[in-house]
Design a protein around this ligand. Structure first.
Ligand code: ADP
Ligand code: MG
Length: 269
């Protein structure tokens, strides 16, 4: 029996923030609890792309950050390939790689330099690395001259592709993608999705993909979990979900379950 890639049991996470009661004076703000994840259970077997679908504020990033050891749960346990995210965080970090909207790079360095740096950081000094970097960057369809330009001169779509390429270079077994295409124009979005598909076909990897883009989830995910207010609403393949709810699209399924729409975000060009 293989080890689950992700095993979450009863994970709860709340944030405290100060809020002014209506009518109260400006300086009187009470502490309030905001539950981001509520007693979440989740098991993901190795391989495939699992989508986490939910509107803004539904707890997607909180889940990703807990699995990436950037946040600790208030209650419950979360394991990545059998390693506990709290007590065995170092081991977990060896398995995971996170790609988020605000990818961190050395902005003055080029994609090529950033990737070589990441590769060395992960202890990869083999001669094959250079060849592999060139290969991946070419596959991305980045123009030759862009590969040597400072990252800060690249478009957001291009930067996002480099972030994805970099995450594959460092060979994680679990790739955590937090809205990798949010804010991209439709064309860059398609290109980033294509890169993901292609790299995924190339190797054994488990992907957890947060998105509020229905079409992206339907196109890329084998399994979709719908999250709302920190609770799981649904868990099945895109086709199964539509069939179960007599819906034509995942958007309709979400509406049916929550009575709300997954509002689309404006495109930031
Ligand atoms: N660092 C934080 N401090 C206070 N509240 C937070 C923090 N991070 C997230 N939250 C709250 O937790 C809820 C879930 O947030 P998040 O996981 O970022 O949702 P999503 O990624 O689905 O948009 C939201 O209501 C958000 O305001
Ligand atoms: Mg988020």
């Amino acid at each position: 029996m293989s080890m689950p890639a992700i095993e979450i049991q009863g994970v709860t996470k709340a944030f405290r923030h100060r809020e002014r009661q209506s009518g109260a004076p400006l300086w009187r703000r009470a502490w309030k609890e905001k539950v981001a994840l509520h007693e979440l259970d989740l098991k993901v077997e190795p391989g495939g792309v699992t989508g986490i679908l939910g509107p803004n504020g539904s707890g997607k990033s909180t889940l990703i950050r807990i699995l990436g050891t950037l946040l600790t749960p208030d209650a419950g346990t979360a394991k990545v390939f059998g390693c506990d995210v709290v007590t065995d965080a170092l081991q977990v970090r060896r398995h995971v790689n996170r790609v988020s909207v605000e990818a961190a790079f050395f902005k003055e360095l080029s994609p090529w330099e950033n990737m070589i740096y990441a590769s060395r950081l992960y202890g990869n000094t083999s001669r094959g690395t250079r060849r592999r970097v060139v290969e991946i960057l070419k596959m991305l369809g980045l123009p030759e001259d862009v590969i040597d330009q400072p990252m800060k001169e690249l478009s957001r779509g291009q930067q996002q592709k480099v972030a994805i390429a970099r995450s594959f270079l460092t060979a994680p077994s679990l790739l955590l993608m937090d809205e990798p295409t949010t804010g991209l124009d439709p064309r860059s979005k398609k290109e980033v999705q294509a890169v993901l598909e292609r790299l995924r076909a190339e190797r054994e990897i488990t992907v957890l993909l947060c998105t509020h883009d229905m079409d992206e989830a339907a196109a890329l995910c084998d399994r979709v979990l719908m999250l709302d207010g920190g609770r799981l609403l649904a868990d099945a393949s895109p086709d199964q979900l539509c069939a179960q709810h007599g819906a034509a699209t995942l958007e309709d399924v979400f509406m049916h379950l929550s009575g709300k729409t997954l509002e689309t975000e404006e495109v930031i060009l």
